[in-house]
Design a protein around this ligand. Sequence first.
Ligand SMILES: [Zn+2]
Length: 352
Amino acid sequence: MNRFRLPYHLVVAEGIFNDIPECMKDVFPELKNSRTIIVTEENLKSIFGEILDDVGNDFPQSELYLIGKTDYDSAVRLAKYIIMNDIKLVIGFGGGTVLDLAKFAAFVSKTRLISLPTTLSNDSLASPVSVLGTEGKARKSFRCTIPDAIIVDINVIKSAPDRQLLAGIGDTVSKYTAIHDWKLAGRRVGDKVDDFACMISHMACDSMLHGEMEELKSKSFIRRLTDALVMGGLAMEIAGCSRPSSGSEHLFCHALEENHSEATAVPHGIATAMGTYPACIFQGRKTDKLVRAIKRYAIPVKPSANGVTEDIFVQAWQGAAASRPDRYTILNETDLSTGRLREIYAQMEEIF
Ligand SMILES: [Zn+2]
């Protein structure tokens, strides 16, 4: 059985960033006086300066650490700094790239980690995976552990751009094809499929596919989206891999990021949602449920609106399996001919 750990705290509330030690004192009474590093980036410091000051005041022995690059070497450098300076607590304050860097550094230095997301654009706030740059434009996913606490301040999320929250919905909806691919790999090549991880991932996906339409920035929707993203992270932690959240639609997204980043600037969750519609067709399943959810939230998955031309679309799908050759998905057994991909591209341009 895979060994896994779950976060001690998941708090979603308004203004909660002013009260972090208080809401965690039942489990970590000594937290307030631990040597702490608050990891964030320059532009967030200018947007959330006051909030960062408040967090800093709550942890009198804290220092602010502004990240530059978000690659593997920077994460290792941060880990070394944490170890050399006897830091006991890492607070990641930011979006996916900041949280991934903080997560990896906390994992390597065996330090506690609090995740304070400033947006809900993907499941990195709670996932046990850190995606870091390696060589050139290439990025690699590294296994680490899930944060000890995930604290979401509704007021902060309200200030995030709509497009980022739509990406968070997109990343959740894309589990629809990821779970199917995982089960396929179980049947075809004997991948171990964990029932509980599948169940939790299904629940996360269903909460976006079937839930009632709500105002994106409402308290209840922010809570619902947080829960869905956290469930996605838990499913990966339980499975011991990213398979419950990542299938052929993610391979398409990786191929776009790695080979066409100049031509396109598609946020992760939008790209994976864009990949879910074709993946669903490759899997021989009906697309109605998926299309309804994408349209309900108006997730901007129309390829051309994201700079994805027909050629880029075709190349990305044809190169998708190679972005992670060890991962068996529907791409290993479907027709990826240029003609078929062009047809699907045209359909997407029409529908979305
Ligand atoms: Zn994802």
